[in-house]
Write a protein that binds this ligand. Structure first.
Ligand SMILES: Cc1cc2nc3c(=O)[nH]c(=O)nc-3n(C[C@H](O)[C@H](O)[C@H](O)COP(=O)(O)OP(=O)(O)OC[C@H]3O[C@@H](n4cnc5c(N)ncnc54)[C@H](O)[C@@H]3O)c2cc1C
Length: 364
């Protein structure tokens, strides 16, 4: 039997589930997730950090709007806790520093000695300065996802897992969406399929946006006995060629790789991990030991590296919520609110420039 809804959301990562939380009080929502669990792909594999100055001007506007939402306004629980972020600048990193500081807010410059006072394992002679963003925060991603799911279900949304969408067809008024078991029908479909968003567009006969999934890997590594990393900030190279983040009494270390791949259940490449750990060792006096585990996930970008949020201008009822790249958790409160504003035809708090920067119309 065909299941009827007002809005069908494809994808149960943070994008889809946060949009469901915002929309469920206003409409009959069905979320279709292909995997048995929510957040199985990118959302469950992130570094879980909020950095206000990460990304271009459009992203920074989304970050700014999202902060208080993550701090409790969105799901009622505070998902943030103090971490801080320190980026090391070498002689050759001047251009990266200039780009980062353009329009940056709340960033202090540190001498190498000041940086080493915060992270004593740094090799002081390997960098010429550092910048420090005190209000970078850890995000409790699981709490955020479960909080959104609770809100969505509480307002009547149906969240269906193990329901991969296999076909989409538009008739005069509605989208017909097939999974392996059911057919769903709604006038609006929200494409929040992460790395697969262009594949969903293909199925729907909507031109792709040129979304490129990029693999990013990480390892979890112990540190020598007696070294207490718990209160260190996230630290890494300003060229974004490696970073490390405390996770309890261990370090998560990422080579900050960005290798283009097909949409897939991503896994790390040993050589990429080894090269990243080598870059870490150049800057940090901690012996690299066998990691306890490693993983990889996909950060998916459209060509201008800015998310896409809005109705497709040429295909009625087809809404894009994609291309969140490396910022999709921290911007989810702002993007989900914008999704709800656009779908419900409410005014957005975001400026016209930001809305234009996010609109799919920029590709048409
Ligand atoms: C290593 C790493 C570190 C990161 N660190 C951070 C960070 O610190 N802070 C930050 O904000 N962001 C970070 N990110 C980025 C962030 O994880 C992503 O931007 C975000 O998770 C994207 O969310 P999403 O919901 O769009 O995608 P996903 O979480 O991938 O969700 C998309 C969902 O769509 C489903 N789907 C796909 N096709 C279908 C189909 N046909 N039918 C049904 N369902 C389908 C998938 O199964 C998937 O569950 C990081 C990413 C990686 C990989």
């Amino acid at each position: 039997m065909t299941q009827i809804a007002d809005i069908i959301i494809i994808g149960g990562g943070i994008a889809g589930i946060s949009a469901a939380a915002r929309l469920a009080p206003h409409a009959k929502i069905v979320v279709l997730e292909g995997e048995p669990h929510l957040a199985y792909h990118s959302t469950g594999r992130s570094a879980a950090i909020f950095i206000r100055n990460y990304g271009n001007a459009t992203l920074r506007a989304l970050n700014g709007v999202s902060f208080s939402q993550l701090a409790g306004d969105m799901i009622g629980d505070n998902t943030l806790s103090q971490r801080g972020e320190m980026l090391l600048v070498r002689e050759q990193d001047h251009a990266h520093l200039e780009t980062y500081m353009l329009g940056a807010d709340g960033v202090d410059q540190l001498t190498p000695a000041e940086a080493c006072a915060m992270v004593p394992a740094l090799k002081q002679d390997q960098f010429i300065s550092a910048i420090y963003e005190a209000d970078a925060q850890d995000i409790d991603v699981d709490l955020l996802v479960q909080g959104c799911a609770r809100m969505a279900r509480g307002a009547g949304a149906q969240i269906v897992t193990s329901a991969p969408v296999t076909a989409l067809r538009r008739d005069a008024q509605t989208w017909q969406i097939s999974t392996s078991n059911e057919i769903y029908e709604a006038p609006i479909v929200i494409n929040a399929a992460g790395a697969w968003a262009d594949r969903i567009a293909d199925m729907a006969g909507v031109p792709q946006l040129g979304l490129q999934p990029m693999r990013r890997s990480a390892v979890m590594m112990g540190v020598p006995a007696g070294m207490d990393v718990r209160n260190w900030p996230l630290f890494g190279g300003i060229a974004e060629d490696w970073y490390a983040k405390p996770d309890g009494d261990r370090l998560m270390i990422s080579p900050a790789d960005a290798d283009p791949v097909e949409p897939q259940d991503a896994w790390p490449d040993d050589m990429v991990l080894a090269e990243g750990l080598f870059r870490f060792e150049q800057m940090v006096d901690i012996p690299v030991i066998k990691p306890s585990h490693s993983w990889a996930g996909l950060r998916s970008f459209v060509p201008d590296h800015t998310p896409v949020c809005g109705f497709d201008s040429e295909h009625e009822g087809f809404f894009w919520l994609a291309g969140q790249g490396g910022y999709g958790v921290q911007t989810s409160p702002a993007l989900s609110r914008l999704t709800a504003d656009l779908v419900l035809q409410r005014e957005s708090e975001l400026s016209g420039d930001v809305l234009a920067g996010l609109s799919p119309a920029r590709f048409r």
